[in-house]
Design a protein around this ligand. Structure first.
Ligand code: ASP
Ligand code: MG
Length: 451
């Protein structure tokens, strides 16, 4: 049986001609790599998001469109046969101009998805042309023929079973004789409207498609050579991780290690597809393998940091020895679609942090109506400027003295909301944003350096 590999290249990996050429080398070096999903060229999605918000001033609007074209033209100029691809891309750029104009008066989530999808549509034209000129048997494919989602524009939910059936019908036959290049991030609802999976969603697309075609491996090529014991920008001594389990890697993605979109590992885990993460600029540096079974399960694997936390503390004497109070609180939160992340309780109070469920950036908000309803039940205090520090590892509870080691190191820090126990893989807490990096540096030194 033929083995299939799916490879995904992120925005920086397809930023320009030279970056795309490195992608072509990586693809060419592994004959099992049959399906390629890519992001928009670096910077393009952000520019398209700006247009989608509605840029009133025509000169400003045109200059954003010029900037987008400039990024793409720099690549087109390097082709030996640029004529056809230039025409195709000009056509999409005309659509961008049209949508951007419509967005001035009628911005909407649906229009936003239509606009931002153009970034991935264009980048796939470019990579296909480049691979073509190198003589590779390549075919561009519109993933909207397979990646069916609901109509929740901006953060659409993939329809797993239909995706599998559509992949069997529309995609697998192409893979026999071709390397297929297609778009990450975008999909289509049942009515044929373009949708997106949310910012950074290309990783998730790649995992969904890998699952649908029952791939043997998934490669995520990005701008860092894999996962590290912590962000090397915070701690230069951070060490690369050669191999990590799905559970640990999921915790890392969830708790702010920005390498993978948090949903990526769900389909990979469902189908037990090993995932490789590496740098397309320095493929020789290797990377991280994420697998079900790994050889070592250290107590301490890595440290992750997530900024912009919103902590809500609810207090009421009615909670004392009562029942049903928390149920009422969660009913209000559920009604207002507030997703809760961490939670700690005492006899008369409960503290929770809010999940960022949309792509607006910044700290997640407690909706004013939810706050009003909660205030009818208890006092409500909302605090910002907090960061979440997560220590990821395995069965820390079985390691005698681990708590002393962790908290002893942090004795000069004011720790809030310490959570441990629900998962054997993480311990986390909040600290003031201003000292969060310092907390990571101290912990890294104690737990990961000189051990
Ligand atoms: N181009 C999209 C973004 O910038 C999707 C992705 O890169 O994964 O969010
Ligand atoms: Mg990206």
């Amino acid at each position: 049986m033929q083995r299939f590999n799916v490879a995904k290249f992120g925005g920086t990996s397809v930023a320009n001609f030279d970056a795309m050429d490195r992608c072509a080398n990586i693809i060419n070096n592994n004959p099992e790599t049959k399906l390629i999903l890519i992001s928009a060229c670096s910077g393009v999605t952000n520019l398209l998001v700006n247009l989608a918000r509605g840029v009133q001033d025509e000169t400003k609007r045109n200059s954003i469109i010029q900037e987008i074209s400039g990024i793409h033209n720099a690549t087109i100029e390097r082709f030996s046969e640029p004529h056809q691809v230039r025409q195709d891309i000009n056509h999409i750029t005309q659509q961008i101009t049209q949508y951007a104009y419509t967005a001035v008066d009628k911005p909407s989530k649906q229009l936003t998805d239509q606009l931002v999808a153009c970034g991935e549509l264009i980048s796939t034209y470019l990579l296909t042309q480049l691979m073509n000129e190198r003589g590779l048997p390549v075919k561009r494919f519109d993933i909207r023929q397979v990646l069916l989602t609901d109509s929740n524009f901006g953060k659409a939910e993939p329809q797993i079973e239909q995706i599998e059936a559509l992949a069997q019908k529309n995609l697998i036959p192409l893979l026999r004789d071709h390397i297929v290049v297609t778009q990450g991030f975008i999909g289509s609802d049942i009515a044929g409207h373009t949708t997106t999976l949310g910012r950074g969603g290309s990783d998730y697309s790649a995992a969904l498609i890998a699952e649908a075609i029952k791939a043997d491996g998934l490669e995520i090529w990005t701008d860092v050579p894999g996962m590290y014991t912590t962000d090397p920008r915070i701690v230069p001594q951070a060490e690369p991780i050669a191999e990590i389990s799905f559970s640990e890697a999921s915790e890392m993605a969830n708790f702010g290690a920005k390498i993978l979109h948090p949903s990526t590992l769900v389909p990979a885990l469902r189908h037990n597809i090993p995932v490789f993460v590496g740098s397309s600029k320095f493929p020789e540096k290797g990377g991280t393998w994420i697998k079900k079974q790994v050889e070592t399960c250290p107590s301490f694997r890595s440290l992750a940091l997530r900024g912009n936390q919103t902590m809500v503390t609810l207090r009421s004497l009615d909670m004392f020895h009562a029942y049903g109070f928390l149920a009422k609180v969660f009913e209000v939160l559920a009604k207002h679609k507030v997703s809760v992340d961490l939670i700690t309780t005492s006899e008369v109070s409960v503290s929770l942090t809010l999940d960022q469920t949309n792509t607006s950036g910044g700290a997640p908000q407690l909706p004013p109506l939810a706050r009003e309803e909660l205030e009818a039940l208890c006092t409500v205090e909302v605090e910002n400027n907090l960061s979440l520090v997560a220590l990821i590892g395995n069965k820390m509870r079985d390691k005698k003295g681990y708590a002393k080691q962790v908290f002893g190191t942090l004795e000069d820090f004011n720790l809030r909301m310490i959570c441990y126990g629900a998962s054997p893989h993480n311990l986390c807490f909040l600290v003031e944003e201003s000292v969060a990096k310092q907390a990571i540096q101290c912990l890294h030194k104690e737990l990961f350096e000189n051990v």
